[in-house]
Design a protein around this ligand. Structure first.
Ligand SMILES: C[S@@+](CC[C@H](N)C(=O)[O-])C[C@H]1O[C@@H](n2cnc3c(N)ncnc32)[C@H](O)[C@@H]1O
Length: 344
């Protein structure tokens, strides 16, 4: 039965920003993967064969191959049978991507046992042990089921959320997996006229451009440096010709009335970017301007951490109604994602 054994699906654990597990599950199932909820910040995936589908997920931070070892403590990993299985696991992952080095991510990773394991793995795999910057990340943890240990082997040299298009970063830059999730929540139609207001380095815009066709993609920011930064990233993504970038005030756009189907924005949170005081004027003026440019059936997805202020502004206006709100963990904060529709 060797073929049947080989075809058994492998379990993977995908790390997500806490709050995004339902979005990641939906994405994984849409591309044909079997996916199950695990924790607020992780989902399980089952996949056979090549890892193309798993590595193509946009709303997850990183994906690890998950292997259970029936051992009482990591030292037993040095035993012949378990060590050979560990080397085979490393071989299966490194066969698919270019890895030069490895590191451990585990409590006690500097212990003598882990040093011995590093030496043995270095010799058996030919990969260099680089404790700080190793590309292949191996994590060891006691099995949550109570007996044995789990080895999590990250399937890519960098986390999936570290996009190759990001050549320019800005303070307040959005995690790309969160941007992808916001775009999914907005719904993507091939004929969408899409606006990423206050685009900063262009994360939402580029993620949307890479996700699906659109009939129009526009990004705007008041800040010249932000527009230049977004342009660099768009160039790196090979998308610069598909997108219109403008340096404009998002409360006074040069766009005509009613011509936008989807709006996304990561608003200034009033801490590292902007100020709570300026948000008092900015947020209501922005909602009014977005209502002017939005088509009657438009969808708008906004992210902010200035929650009290934003909810007060929402309560005082009649242009938009809230369809969905979710809390997400990002950069040490819990901002909220709002899905809004124009009021009739
Ligand atoms: C939180 S940052 C956006 C970061 C972006 N999501 C990224 O990934 O880089 C908010 C952006 O809003 C821009 N901004 C603030 N007020 C604006 C306004 N009135 N019109 C247009 N852009 C504005 C700032 O210049 C800043 O780039």
């Amino acid at each position: 039965m060797p073929n049947a054994r080989r075809r058994r699906p492998q379990i993977f654990e995908a790390e997500v920003l806490a709050g995004l597990a339902p979005v990641a599950l939906a994405e994984a199932r849409d591309v044909g993967l079997r996916a199950e909820p695990l924790r607020e910040d992780a989902i399980h995936l089952l996949a056979k064969g090549a890892l193309r589908l798993v590595k193509g997920l946009r709303t997850v931070k990183a994906v690890y191959r998950l292997d259970h070892f029936d051992i009482p403590r990591p030292k037993a990993m040095l035993g012949d049978q378990h060590f050979r299985r560990l080397v085979a696991t490393v071989g299966a992952v490194t066969r698919e991507d270019a890895f030069q080095s490895f590191r451990f991510g585990a409590a006690g990773r500097e212990s003598k046992v882990m040093q011995r394991l590093a030496d043995a793995l270095q010799e058996a795999t030919g990969l260099r042990f680089d404790p700080d910057d190793g590309e292949l990340l191996l994590r060891f943890r006691p099995s949550p089921e109570g007996s044995g240990w789990e080895v999590l082997t990250r399937v890519t040299p960098r986390p999936l959320s570290a996009r190759s298009w990001r050549v320019c970063n800005m303070p307040g830059g959005l995690n790309a997996s969160l941007a992808a999730a916001m775009n999914r929540l907005s719904g993507t139609g091939d004929r969408d006229r899409y606006l990423n207001a206050m685009c900063g380095s262009g994360t939402l815009l580029i993620e949307r451009a890479e996700m699906a066709p659109a009939s129009q993609l526009t990004g705007c920011d008041l800040d010249r440096e932000a527009v230049a930064c977004a342009r660099c990233n768009l160039q790196a993504a090979g998308m610069v010709d598909r997108v219109r970038l403008v340096q404009e005030d998002a409360t006074r756009l040069s766009l005509p009335e009613g011509g936008i189907d989807v709006i996304t924005a990561d608003l200034p949170w009033g801490d590292a970017v902007g100020s709570h005081q300026s948000n008092l004027d900015l947020y209501p003026a922005f909602l009014e301007e977005m209502r002017r440019v939005a088509a009657p059936a438009a969808r708008m997805v906004l992210l902010t951490h200035d929650i009290k202020l934003f909810e007060g502004v929402l309560a005082a206006q009649r242009s938009w109604r809230v369809v969905d709100v979710r809390r997400v963990y990002h950069g040490g904060h819990y901002p909220r994602i709002y899905l809004l529709r124009p009021e009739a």
